[in-house]
Write a protein that binds this ligand. Structure first.
Ligand code: C5P
Length: 232
């Protein structure tokens, strides 16, 4: 499929979130509700955003025992989210339970479940502190492959990892990529950034972009610029 754009609605101000969703809704493929917005406004906000047109990615990164994750993932699907995620570090039983929970609510499989592999905020020192001497690139690939065998539809991964994941997990595995910065945008707190064109050519399917669009003077124009760069 052609790469799609997902705008991250990161904020705690409900009016700002809903206004931004309304303004950008007609232009983009996906809107993302993450932990900040969800912990401020809960399921009602998700239902509200789901009514604005584009599909909703509910980015809660679930991680708990299998039964709890199965029920929470089913609840995410019931809210209308078409994409949700769980930590691959929760292991096989948890990932399989998440898929089973979502399939009970949505047997047709339109709601996709993806895995979060190694958080990009963890460097080799942090991983060593956590007791693993594996390099993060290796863990990402291993966990992506495990996620695929558990029935997950894809993973969240940086564009730098996308080509290897595509090679190992095949053409139909969704690769959802944050850390995108157009050449004209500030880096903010992102470190290992890739341009929209770079992410598309690395094989990312859905590009997640927040502040370069939502904090722009004209968010609609910024989204249009990103979309045209993705198409080029
Ligand atoms: O504003 P910005 O484009 O940096 O937003 C990126 C979004 O992607 C945020 O919602 C952030 O939580 C999410 N994200 C990320 N890096 C990851 C996983 C998720 O930036 N590794």
């Amino acid at each position: 499929m052609a790469a799609q754009l997902c705008v991250a609605l990161d904020g705690s101000d409900r009016d700002w979130i809903v206004t931004t969703a309304r303004r950008l809704g007609p232009q983009v493929d996906w809107l993302k509700v993450g932990l900040e917005a969800f912990t401020a406004h809960g399921p009602d906000l998700v239902r509200d955003i789901c009514s604005h047109g584009p599909s909703v990615f509910l980015d809660l990164k679930l991680h708990d025992i299998p039964t709890t994750v199965a029920r929470a993932a089913a609840n995410c699907a019931r809210l209308g989210a078409k994409l949700l995620n769980v930590h691959a570090g929760g292991g096989r039983a948890m990932m399989e339970a998440a898929v089973a929970g979502v399939r009970e609510v949505d047997p047709s499989g339109t709601t996709k479940v993806i895995g979060v592999t190694v958080l990009t905020s963890l460097d080799s020192t942090a991983l060593a502190e956590l007791g693993t001497d594996h390099r993060s690139e290796m863990l990402v690939l291993r966990w992506a492959e495990l996620a695929r065998t558990c029935g997950l539809d894809g993973v969240v991964a940086s564009a730098r990892e996308a080509a290897d994941i595509r090679r190992v997990c095949g053409p139909d595995f969704l690769i959802v990529t944050p850390g995108i910065r157009p050449s004209w945008a500030a880096r903010d707190d992102q470190r290992r950034i890739v341009t929209p064109a770079g992410a598309v050519s690395a094989g990312s399917d859905i590009l997640v972009i927040g502040r370069p669009i939502t904090a722009a003077d004209d968010p609609r124009a910024a989204a249009a610029d990103v979309l045209s760069e993705m198409k080029s």
